[in-house]
Design a protein around this ligand. Structure first.
Ligand code: HEC
Length: 194
């Protein structure tokens, strides 16, 4: 066949194929034929919906025992006073007051979470003390300047007597930052024994 004949044939075949597609076009509003519809749309349950798949009938399952949240390295301390002291010896603040932004962030955390009780200057004179709450100790004088950062971290994590734990409200790194902010309020910034 000549080149010209071949070209003609290709043009005819091209046009004809469009004709076939046009003739066989489907209603675009109709769903295409699906061979395995559940592969495309699996059955799903909402988080709090009853679920026949699990023995306890719940969709949202508690994490298996021993699971650790991403990025959360466990500390091996209990809430006891002895462990608070051990934390003071063993834990080291991962930040230093000279790190960029540490004190700014520490101050934000302090103003959000600590000033109501401890007061803006951490003297133990926050607004709650004017409403009948016994004043908390000063963080400027007294015991706090003598405690290591690790022990302060333990106090923020587990609480101490009338002060509750702040572990749920303040993440680990912010707990270390707020400690450095408290230190920056203390007159002598001598680093206490760790
Ligand atoms: C609801 C009031 C309240 C809030 C909020 C609070 N504290 Fe306290 N804090 C106390 C009380 C009360 C004590 C004394 C606990 C005790 O008797 O041992 C205390 C003790 C402490 C101590 C130990 C002081 C010592 O001499 O033993 C530190 C350190 C401390 N708080 C830091 C903080 C920081 C930092 C924050 C903010 C993240 C904070 N606290 C938020 C009430 C509070």
């Amino acid at each position: 066949m000549s080149a010209r004949g071949l070209n003609l044939l290709l043009v005819v075949a091209f046009v004809a194929s469009f004709g076939v597609m046009w003739a066989a076009r489907r209603d675009v509003h109709q769903r295409n034929l699906e061979y395995f519809p559940d592969m495309a749309r699996g059955p799903r349950y909402d988080a709090f919906e009853a679920n026949p798949v699990f023995p306890d009938g719940r969709t949202l399952q508690p994490p298996p025992e021993g699971v650790i949240a991403r990025g959360l390295v466990p500390t091996h301390f209990s809430a006891s006073t002895a462990d608070a002291e051990r934390a003071g010896r063993e834990l080291v603040n991962p930040f230093s007051a000279n790190d960029a932004g540490v004190l700014t962030r520490g101050r934000q955390v302090f103003e959000s979470f600590c000033t109501p009780c401890h007061g803006a200057g951490a003297q133990g004179d926050g607004p709650v003390t004017r409403r009948g709450v016994p004043p908390p100790p000063s963080l400027i004088t007294g015991r706090t300047p003598t405690l290591g950062d690790g022990q302060l971290f333990h106090i923020l994590t587990f609480g101490q007597n009338n002060m509750a734990s702040y572990a749920a409200q303040i993440d680990r790194e912010d707990r270390w930052r707020v400690i450095l902010y408290v230190r920056s309020l203390q007159p002598t910034q001598a680093s206490p024994a760790r």
